[in-house]
Design a protein around this ligand. Structure first.
Ligand SMILES: [Zn+2]
Ligand SMILES: [Zn+2]
Length: 366
């Protein structure tokens, strides 16, 4: 199998080329190098390359994966969809290809044994300040994940060298054994033991990845944290895990949050609790104060005769709902503080008060 060129270069299109342009260039090149018309050496490989590039770049999902990881494993190169752009020429092309490469089951030497596998998912952890969790923020996480080797683009062969077609299976990844016995002829198909079903042998392994085609890398990712996340909650970042195998999708990244407590506010789901300390006089006579909230101070009128523990609700001053639609409330709970050290004047006034306030007595025994 030939070493992979950049798919955009293969088709001679810019990286931002539209679908139409890709289709047009592919048709032009495919006709030029079609093995039925072009008998020059190398034309067949070129034709395969063009087709493979088109198969990836014409599929939005594969293209975006290729743009991201520099490689997409292509299987079933001639299984039909790769030729979607040929229109009227579809039939004749297809026949030509079938005769040249001998069928569709193992095109390009890839085999059905290579089942796509999703890449590993990863876990990460972030500690947030109270307000970061409440209002959302962007934070950097550092992770280690498996990516396609940037040097060989996941091929595993030293750049400039080509993996060789496996001679045992001729690149099909499968070995046929024909057995003759009294019941007739039987054909056994097994995975090629020499190449492990890949159809290729790497004689010059890529020095960066030792021929594995994949390497472990450290990455720093900016994570956008939505407003309203809470302690212990987990955010999934699709496709930010390790690279998949055999065209399998990449795994995901899960980020779990710890939220540091706030010195004034407690959190109860989407509500914020704040304890407002007031004195006896404020409780008895009422007062106008300013209480802290997530959005700065808000005016609050303590009604006369407020009891200890009474809670007042400020609608919409709490934590944003995680779906972005609205906010919880701020709950202000009144705590009446009993003075512990009275000066002479205060003591005198309390004594005067004591004379005029009705005394509370425990109920008499029944
Ligand atoms: Zn490599
Ligand atoms: Zn083989």
């Amino acid at each position: 199998m030939a070493i992979k060129q950049d798919y955009y270069e293969v088709l001679g299109v810019p990286r931002n080329a539209g679908d139409e342009e890709i289709k047009r260039e592919f048709r032009k090149l495919a006709k030029l190098y079609h093995p039925d018309r072009n008998r020059e050496p190398g034309a067949e490989d070129k034709f395969k390359e063009i087709n493979e590039a088109y198969q990836v770049l014409s599929d939005p999902e594969k293209r975006s994966r290729y743009d991201r990881y520099g490689r997409v494993d292509v299987e079933g190169g001639f299984s039909g969809f790769g030729f979607g752009g040929l229109g009227d020429d579809f039939e004749s092309f297809f026949e030509g290809v079938a005769s040249v490469f001998g069928g569709f089951s193992t095109p390009f030497g890839r085999t059905a044994q290579r089942v796509p596998q999703k890449g590993d998912s990863l876990q990460s952890h972030l500690t947030l300040f109270f307000k970061e969790a409440v209002f959302g923020c962007s934070k950097e996480v550092e992770i280690q994940r498996i990516e396609f080797c940037p040097s060989c683009h996941g091929i595993g062969s030293e750049p400039g060298t080509n993996p060789e077609t496996c001679p045992d299976c001729r690149g099909t990844g499968q070995v046929k054994r024909v057995q003759q016995n009294i019941f007739g002829r039987f054909t056994h198909i097994t995975t090629c033991s020499r190449c492990g079903g890949s159809g290729t042998l790497i004689s010059n392994p890529c020095s960066q990845c030792k021929g594995r085609g994949r390497i472990k890398v450290k990455r720093k990712l900016m994570v956008k944290i939505p407003a309203g996340v809470d302690n212990g909650q987990r955010l999934r970042l699709d496709g930010e895990g390790s690279a998949g195998l055999y065209e399998g999708p990449p795994g995901d990244l899960y980020v779990t949050f710890s939220v540091k407590p706030h010195n004034l506010f407690h959190r109860d789901g989407s509500d914020i609790l704040y304890e407002l300390p007031i004195n006896f006089a404020q409780a008895a006579l009422g007062d106008e104060v300013r209480v802290p909230s997530l959005d700065g101070k808000v005016d609050f009128k303590i009604p006369p005769g407020t009891q200890n523990g009474k809670t007042f609700r400020f609608k919409g001053k709490g934590i944003p709902y995680i779906d972005g639609k609205g906010r919880g409330d701020l709950l202000v709970e009144v705590a009446i503080i009993t003075p512990q050290h009275l000066d002479k004047n205060q003591h005198h006034l309390f004594e005067e008060l004591a004379k005029v306030l009705p005394r509370t007595e425990p109920p008499p025994d029944i």
